[in-house]
Write a protein that binds this ligand. Sequence first.
Ligand code: FAD
Length: 419
Amino acid sequence: MKIAVIGAGSAGLAALRQCTSGTYNTQVVCYEKTDQVGGTWVYREETGLDRYGLPIHTSMYKNLRTNLPKEVMGYPDYPVSDTPESYLTRTQILNFLNSYCDHFNLRQHIRFLHNVELVEPSTGDRKWEVKVKDLTRNTISVETFDAVMVCNGHYFEPSMPDLKGQMVFKGEQLHSHNYRVPDIFVDKAVVVLGAGPSGMDLALDISRKAKRVYLSHHLKDPIGTVFPDNVVQKPDVKELTENGAVFKDGTNEHVDVIFYCTGYKYSFPFLSEKCGVRVDSNMVTPLWKHLVSIENPTLALVGLPFYVCAFSMFDLQVRFVLQYWSGKRDFPSKADMLREEAEELEKRKKEGLRRKHFHMMGFKQGDYYNDLANTAGITPLPPVLTKLHNESSMQFLDNLVHYRETRYKIIDDYNFIQL
Ligand code: FAD
């Protein structure tokens, strides 16, 4: 079976690792549009377009330290090496990904500076045509594959809210995708829009330079953590004026920058309509188990669930898919897969979640991992990953400024200790 992998970030590397493990009879080619592995963990100073006219992919910022301990950030067969601290720098994670890539000899399968422009099912033979641009030679080629794993990430297409007064506001407006260093905020008053993990972390990062930070969010209650003194919580922005923002509680502030930490949209610009995958209010559908295209099950979209132990989950998802593609298991009928997706959507709606939260796992991520492992009959992920992820997420919410000082150690599949 000949498989195309799109992207050599941490998901694409997991795909390559499993496709070349010898367990499955597969040939694999990975296309990566940049000149290195690591995807979003590759820090680039530039924003906007790269030298080939393609949008810069990474959203990484200079001061980033992981928001999860390294103990949950490794792959099942390749943990992050033993450093004294648990929360690592972006460079340590990028080095880790490079070392994973070299340890399993994955680089030889990657075609760097190759941008996938179009993926289409070819007529009649149940195969896939992948149209690729070689960026250095400026040539286009089309290759045929039996299956495609899409590993293009989901933190590169900014989601921007429509705010009244956006055109009137005379200050700067910036999305976190294009944020690199806090120095641009020296002595400025900034509204940070959104208090998800990146909004909270970025409010903290820029508070070191900014004069004042207004962290605007629509959580029912104020966030119960201690922020630096120059960070003030505010409700949603009602509208922007020439020189500031009016908040929903009627207060208004004079500000220099609106900093959108409003998240990202799933985007697969290279999938033709014939692939049968669409994004509906940021839910990618129709998919079996957040992963397999129900219309064309030899197409898999790896890495969509968020608030997860990402690298381990990628490995699990890839092993899941390969069980089916290699013929060890048969896919359920289309009707059954559609029913399962509809039931999950219904369940989530009852829990008060919106479509855009369809792929959110968080505290229940262990159920998803177990479901994948049980359904495909593959080695599960140890429950301690979910436990420690949940513990770290609580610490993040309770103790934003200092939680990264904590150190953990996993002692067995079920337990961890705090050092
Ligand atoms: P990416 O890393 O985005 O890789 C996708 C790859 O696909 C890229 O190399 C890209 O160039 C390539 N590509 C895209 N389109 C094409 C195309 N058409 N043709 C060829 N190649 C293409 N997770 C954690 O676990 N812990 C953290 O602390 C953490 N912090 C984060 C901080 C930030 C600022 C961001 C943005 C994310 C963070 N994450 C964190 C989540 C992180 O995205 C995942 O951990 C993981 O790196 C995602 O890997 P990926 O391979 O799915 O996507």
